[in-house]
Write a protein that binds this ligand. Structure first.
Ligand code: FA5
Length: 344
């Protein structure tokens, strides 16, 4: 009897020692098979129990049961330790490192055309101009006729036009028809407005020309308005827009709706006036057409040209933005290339 008890006690000591060596769930399962399983060491140790006497058997059975309970308790404790350690390891391997820098989010920004448009608007608003909104879809009459270009007038060819399928309706080629809308609304009051918006031309798209672009028109009508007022306003604008000291050039030109007419150039900021493909190797970039409002147009707007005079200008927004940003191809503005839109 005492021999079997000793065997069981030795088995318990050995099993407990082996259990401390188990480092994983798989190893504790193997340990269970070795000691407590159906073919394990405890079952083996009890094989001779049948040959014991009826008094001895319950005593051995009791000891065997104590060993089994002690080993099962030890196994559960070890399994819990291992599960905790495995959980710790998994957490520290997969855990979130809150000190890592976050992934940058792409933030939207104002389109360079709109940014330039807003800047131009702000400069003129500071000078006391109001913003006047005019339609992008126009009639032939407003786009040409009332601007002193009746049917068949050769100057209509200056603007290649998108006509709609409705006779007499077109996409405006410039913001100038807005002059007539403003004059007819405000007459006989004095006017000082800018008219920003989209224009459309059936043109070859090149580094300098798009078929859709923005213009800002300016119109001032009142008594004793002179060309000096126009010039002073344009110079004040250019100083704010392009920086003090940029060279400006007023070139005589022709528009049917202004007389006299000029085109205004700024020295090319890209090549410092040396000549490049953007300035067509002239060293100058044209930013606007301008002039004194033609008496016929004043009359069409409702103003008596014997009493009132006025000046008008129309500038290209993208052309101005190109100058400011050093962009050498207008096509970038509307090609939706995110690299360009992020950079400017
Ligand atoms: C006109 O459109 C006249 N309505 C301007 C005007 C207004 C003159 C009032 C007198 C009084 P022009 O076609 O030159 O003019 O265009 C004016 C400006 O728009 C140009 O100086 C240029 O900066 C810009 N522009 C013209 N065509 C394009 C184009 N295809 N792509 C981008 N910008 C253009």
């Amino acid at each position: 009897m005492s021999e079997l008890v000793k065997k069981l006690e030795a088995l318990q000591v050995e099993a407990e020692a082996m259990l401390t060596k188990a480092q994983s769930s798989a190893e504790t399962e193997a340990w269970f098979r070795d000691y407590l399983g159906r073919k394990g060491a405890l079952t083996n140790a009890l094989q001779g129990i049948g040959s014991l006497s009826a008094e001895e058997r319950p005593l051995i059975g009791k000891v065997a049961n104590q060993v089994k309970v002690a080993l099962t308790t030890a196994l559960e404790a070890r399994q819990q330790e291992i599960a905790n350690a495995e959980m710790e390891a998994a957490l520290s391997a997969e855990g979130v490192d809150v000190t890592l820098p976050g992934r940058p989010q792409n933030v939207g920004k104002i389109h360079p055309s709109n940014a330039a448009l807003r800047q131009i608007n702000n400069i003129f608003m500071q000078m006391g101009f109001q913003v006047y909104d005019a339609p992008e879809v126009e009639t032939d009459e407003y786009n040409f006729g009332l601007l002193n270009m009746p049917d068949g007038h050769p100057a209509r060819d200056m603007w290649d036009t998108f006509y709609t399928t409705t006779p007499g309706v077109l996409l405006r080629t410039h913001t100038s028809p807005g002059q007539i809308h403003a004059m007819r609304e405000y007459c006989p009051q004095p006017i000082r407005v800018i008219l920003p918006g989209k224009c459309f031309r059936y043109e070859d798209v090149t580094a300098r020309s798009e078929m859709m672009f923005h213009q800002v028109e300016g119109l001032v009508v009142g008594k004793n308005i002179t060309f000096s007022d126009l010039k002073g306003t344009v110079v004040a604008f250019a100083n704010q827009m392009f920086g003090e000291g940029r060279k400006l050039r007023f070139r005589k030109s022709y528009f049917p709706f202004t007389e006299p007419s000029v085109e205004v150039d700024v020295d090319c900021v890209l090549c410092e006036g040396k000549g490049c493909r953007v300035c067509k190797y002239t060293g100058w970039l044209e930013i606007m057409g301008a002039g004194m409002v033609n008496p016929t147009v004043l009359h069409n707007g409702g103003y008596d040209p014997a009493v009132y005079s006025g000046y008008a200008f129309g500038m290209g927004v993208e052309r101005s933005a190109m100058l400011k940003l050093g962009v050498d191809d207008i096509r970038y503005f509307f090609s939706n290339d995110i690299r360009f839109l992020e950079r400017v």
